[in-house]
Design a protein around this ligand. Structure first.
Ligand code: ADP
Ligand code: ZN
Length: 641
């Protein structure tokens, strides 16, 4: 999700204003405190004494200076006690003692003077010392309380309604044109655009419109983007929240947030409420997925709000999830999220479209062929593709070029799929050789199996995401159905790396772990889901649990069967490995040649690969390129027209 353009509801300028007020108040408070302390110190360092004591001090010669004030005599002793480093002075009242001045002049030899009284009265002093600090303190306390209640959005203890995490955009500025592909999803949403624009039209007829729609699909396929586009098309505000924002530690918070959200939305209707990751609150309430009081309360509140609000005002709630299977059935009932809009991973054409949308505004040179990039990125979602275009642009800039070329795009594809080149990880000579044979093993097997040109590039430059080397393959075309033989070829290809290692080095390495994992999952799926094993036939032994995330499966068969399945998977993998072994064993010459070349160059292109392969084996490789080029040419002309 992109966060730019988003604005927190409590406006920022307001916040700085309160900050200034707080600073001013704090300064006042500090000033008052200083005055107060000053007064306290004065009280302790300026003590009253009796007149007799004063006269005695004079007689004893202890007085340094005398100042006659309006109604006090201030006495400064020569030496005496100190409080906090400050010399203590004394004062006493007037007594009708006419001889004092004469005595001081003649007998005691004390410096004395009279105070010129132009000081203000003591009231101001009193105010500064006592009233101001208290007022300041109260103001600060009051402000603190206010701040606390504000940040928790209600109750003083921080448990209450909150709008803290809700974002609202008055105008998203996104339209359906910014969403590439996903035609079906857009079509379903178009209907809602009109509803949001003219809710009255529908109300007059008495039509009941859907309150909510559920956007279902893998992460990064543009669900958020679609929701924003709907808001943009209808020119209505866009409220967005994530399901996980509702679920807090305190019971009841989520529910009150839901209430708050709907209240706000209703005041701004027509509008769109978008709840991302709705599965965080909408998880089924049965104990299968673990109960949680807070979540259930939140869900109940959401359900009752959805039932309660008047849809004729023009509020549409969109939820997004990639785990529709865990959602509570109550959420999916008519009148709630009764529509389900599937947002699929883009197919070839969709990927070209996404690439095109994101290349808008990016300088690209003539070498760029988005169709080819789309071919090489099967399985990528919109977010990946957007990322690739951006990476490519960054690479071009780093290179000091003004436009993005096809090479940048391919490099970006690799970066997104395999990570960045890890320049500092230098493979040792021996390891380099092993990796080279392993990768050539894959490439050789796939070429021998298909007699086609599926290899685009082989490299043994390590990447940040863990691969020490890899073979980039070109899928000839987008496939929706897979034949059994194709699946088997794929497994054999995965195992070709390990086979090459074993044949050449008579030893095996850990480098094949990922290959094994992937080969196993294909083999398992063939047996348990596709009904492709003779032993079990067409029985569904496994079902996919979350199809939009990692495609995790659950077994639904007896324990005995499960172990038999394992046996069968083992047998199938063994068979495939033997095939790979035989293929490579029979073509050792070309394997050596290619591996040596790879060790030297670190990267070889599909063309170089084919040249060496054809020279050594005498097998002609079918060129898939020409057909593609034709297609591209056709597409280019149609674009221009
Ligand atoms: P989701 O909500 O499904 O996880 P998002 O809507 O957040 O995915 O998509 C993330 C980004 O990927 C978008 O901001 C956009 O740049 C890009 N993207 C995804 N799908 C598309 C698409 N169909 N067309 C254009 N851009 C897309
Ligand atoms: Zn491998």
């Amino acid at each position: 999700m992109e966060n730019k353009n988003k604005k927190k509801l409590p406006g920022d300028p307001k916040k700085t204003k309160t900050n200034i007020i707080i600073c001013v108040i704090a300064a006042f408070f500090a000033f008052g405190l200083i005055v107060f302390l000053n007064a306290e110190i004065q009280r302790n360092t300026h003590k009253e004494i009796t007149y007799t004591k004063f006269i005695n001090m004079l007689k004893e010669g202890k007085v340094e200076k005398v100042t006659f004030g309006r109604n006090v005599i201030n006495i400064e002793p020569k030496e005496g006690e100190r409080v906090a480093m400050i010399k203590v002075t004394y004062y006493t009242g007037y007594v009708n003692d006419t001889a004092l001045v004469q005595d001081m002049l003649n007998k005691y030899n004390v410096e004395f003077s009279a105070e010129i009284d132009n000081k203000s009265s003591g009231i101001l002093d009193f105010f500064l010392a006592y009233i101001l600090p208290f007022v300041g303190m109260w103001v600060v306390l009051w402000l603190l309380m206010r701040m606390m209640t504000k940040s928790s959005g209600g109750g003083i203890m921080g448990v209450g309604k909150s709008t803290a995490k809700m974002y609202v955009e008055k105008e998203t500025g996104v339209t359906f044109r910014d969403v590439a592909g996903e035609e079906e999803a857009k079509e379903s949403l178009t209907e809602l655009v009109d509803f949001l624009k003219n809710p009255n039209k529908y109300r007059e007829i008495g039509a009941r419109l859907p309150k909510g729609a559920l956007l279902v699909g893998p992460p990064g396929t543009g669900k958020t983007l679609l929701a924003k586009a709907l808001a943009g098309e209808a020119h209505v505000p866009f409220f967005s929240l994530s399901g996980s924002d509702f679920v807090e530690m305190f019971v009841g918070v989520g529910a009150s947030r839901v209430r708050d959200l709907f209240k706000q939305a209703q005041s701004m209707a027509p509008c769109i409420i978008f709840i991302d990751e709705i599965d965080a609150i909408g998880k089924s309430r049965d104990s299968h997925y673990g109960g949680n009081d807070e979540r259930e309360q939140t869900l109940n509140q959401l359900l009752s709000e959805m039932d309660g609000f008047d849809s004729s005002k023009g509020i549409v709630i969109l939820g997004a999830t990639n785990r529709p299977e865990v959602l509570d059935k109550a959420l999916l009932r008519p009148g709630r999220f009764d529509r389900r809009i599937i947002v699929e991973k883009p197919d070839l054409k969709g990927r070209v479209d996404v690439l095109r949308v994101h290349s808008n505004g990016v300088n690209m040179d003539d070498t760029v062929d988005l169709h080819e990039i789309a071919l090489a990125t099967s399985g990528a979602v919109g977010a990946d593709l957007a990322n690739m275009v951006n990476e490519a642009a960054i690479m071009a800039v780093k290179d000091g070029r003004m436009a993005v070329g096809q090479k940048d795009l391919f490099e970006a594809v690799e970066v997104v799929f395999a990570g960045k080149e890890k320049k500092d990880r230098i493979l040792g000579k021996e390891e380099k050789k092993i990796v080279a044979y392993h990768e050539v093993g894959h490439a050789l097997v796939t070429t021998l199996l298909k007699h086609a040109e599926p290899v685009q590039k082989i490299t043994i430059v390590p990447r940040t995401m863990g691969a020490l080397g890899y073979v980039m393959q070109v899928p000839e075309e987008e496939k929706y159905l897979r034949k059994k033989e194709e699946l088997l070829s794929e497994i054999v290809t995965f195992l070709g790396g390990r086979a090459a290692e074993e044949i050449i080095f008579d030893d095996i390495t850990t480098g094949a772990s990922n290959d094994i994992e992937r080969a196993t999952s294909i083999a398992r799926a063939m047996i348990t889901q596709y009904g492709m094993s003779e032993k079990f036939g067409m029985i569904g032994l496994e079902s996919v649990q979350n199809q939009y995330l990692d495609g995790r499966t659950v077994m639904n068969c007896a324990d005995v069967t499960e172990s038999e399945v394992d046996q069968e998977v083992m047998r199938l993998l063994k068979e495939c490995y033997d095939r790979a072994y035989k293929l490579i064993d029979g073509h050792q010459d070309v394997l050596h040649k290619l591996a040596a070349h790879l060790v030297e160059k670190e990267t070889i292109t599909g063309k170089e690969f084919v040249t060496i392969f054809e020279e050594e084996t005498g097998i002609t490789v079918k060129k898939t390129k020409s057909k593609e080029e034709e297609e591209q040419d056709g597409e280019k002309t149609s674009e221009e027209s």
